[in-house]
Design a protein around this ligand. Structure first.
Ligand SMILES: C[S@@+](CC[C@H](N)C(=O)[O-])C[C@H]1O[C@@H](n2cnc3c(N)ncnc32)[C@H](O)[C@@H]1O
Length: 369
């Protein structure tokens, strides 16, 4: 909800944003279960974290919608948002369908342990509905996710855990095993056979690596990776403790967030997050792209005479190099690749530990329809 703030109000908000940011990063160890009961932190969340998080969910939604199997075509579309906070992911789903040609009726069920969040989610979803022509309903349930909430005995087409998994079992040494078991159990019970589960986590090394470990656990439990992974074996980024995997997408940073960035010294000028989409039916982004597809999983690494990236595909995660002298019209797109792009190659040289692009290599950036 947009409202004008005085300079003093803005400074107070910025102080709460800093307090919240510390809790979600450096001071994660002291994160209390119901930290969003604190009104200042809740307002900081709504102002500073909700807008980018709302935009993040649209990336996996786009990748699901691009599949020829009509993966988001259920009508009504039943969506379960676990740890909904102020309704962030639901607003993202609504915004996604408001811009889509096909607009299903969306039936949301939202779970959170903080009643004030559920109230805010109800207000924000109702406000969104009143300014769009979308049909949507919302049922809220106040409960801890781990306590198998009093969910209706039904299944959902979409289950969302947005920035919540890292807050569960946070002080437990066996947190990965417990999170994996929890998600697996929830999906077995509540995900429709043709449904999708989207998990979004912060792009911090620890939280992103934890998500990759849960990814491996879910694969071990029989779930299939839809996106963003194009490698279906054990996650290769886990082999080196320094590696992790995350998205970094451009976005139009709203004015209020730009001002808060200036006051706090934080940065929200792009969408950084780690993400996982799992299904039960084995459908995958590889159905769209074929086996010759790799995800760019690093920034460009530019050094004298060459440009390199890490890319990840069915054969794992490898460095790929193009020397400047080998640039041709057929591979010039390589120099413009960005983290998250999907790319295919012809005549790629596999040197074992890394790939090499020669003058004969053709590089094709794959885009979603
Ligand atoms: C960082 S916020 C994320 C909110 C929203 N999903 C988003 O992406 O912006 C985490 C939310 O999960 C809720 N939460 C944390 N642990 C929970 C648990 N064990 N059961 C239910 N809700 C929980 C918190 O109350 C908070 O609203």
């Amino acid at each position: 909800m947009i409202r004008t703030r005085s300079h003093d109000e803005l400074k107070a908000l910025a102080a709460d944003v800093i307090r919240l940011s510390r809790l979600l990063t450096r001071e994660r160890e002291s994160l209390s279960a119901a930290y969003l009961k604190d009104r200042g932190l809740r307002e900081a969340y709504e102002a500073y974290y909700l807008p980018p998080n709302l935009a993040k969910i649209q990336a996996p939604l786009r990748e699901l919608a691009a599949h020829s199997g009509k993966l988001l075509d259920q009508d009504p579309l039943r969506v379960l948002d676990l740890g909904c906070g102020p309704g962030t992911a639901m607003l993202g789903v609504l915004e996604f369908f408001a811009a889509a040609k096909k607009r299903p009726r969306v039936e949301f069920t939202a779970v959170d342990q903080v009643a004030e969040n559920l109230k805010m989610a109800g207000e924000l979803v109702a406000a969104f509905k009143s300014t769009s022509e979308l049909e949507a309903s919302l049922k809220t349930i106040r409960s801890a996710i781990e306590q198998a909430p009093r969910l209706p005995e039904t299944t959902f087409d979409l289950i969302i855990l947005s920035n919540v998994l890292n807050e569960i079992f946070i002080h437990d040494e066996a947190r990965i095993a417990r999170r994996t078991a929890l998600v697996a159990d929830l999906l077995k019970r509540f995900l429709a056979d043709d449904g999708s589960c989207i998990i979004i986590e912060p792009a911090l090394r620890e939280t992103a690596r934890d998500l990759l470990a849960v990814r491996d656990g879910l694969v071990g439990a029989g779930f299939a990776l839809y996106a963003p992974c194009l490698c279906h074996a054990a996650c290769p980024a886990l082999a080196n403790p320094k590696d992790w995997c995350h998205e970094d997408l451009p976005w139009d940073e709203p004015e209020l967030i730009q001002e808060l960035d200036k006051l706090t010294g934080l940065r929200k000028d792009s969408l950084k997050f780690s993400c996982l989409v799992v299904r039960k039916d084995g459908k995958s982004l590889l159905d769209l792209y074929g086996e010759n597809a790799f995800r760019v999983v690093s920034e460009p690494l530019v050094s004298k005479g060459k440009i390199e990236f890490y890319i990840c595909g069915e054969a794992g995660r490898k460095l790929i190099t193009r020397q400047d002298k080998d640039e041709t019209q057929g591979n010039d797109v390589f120099g413009r690749l960005q983290r998250g792009d999907v790319v295919g190659f012809e005549n790629l040289i596999d040197e074992g530990k890394r790939y090499k692009i020669s003058k004969e290599t053709r590089v094709v950036r794959r885009t979603l329809n």
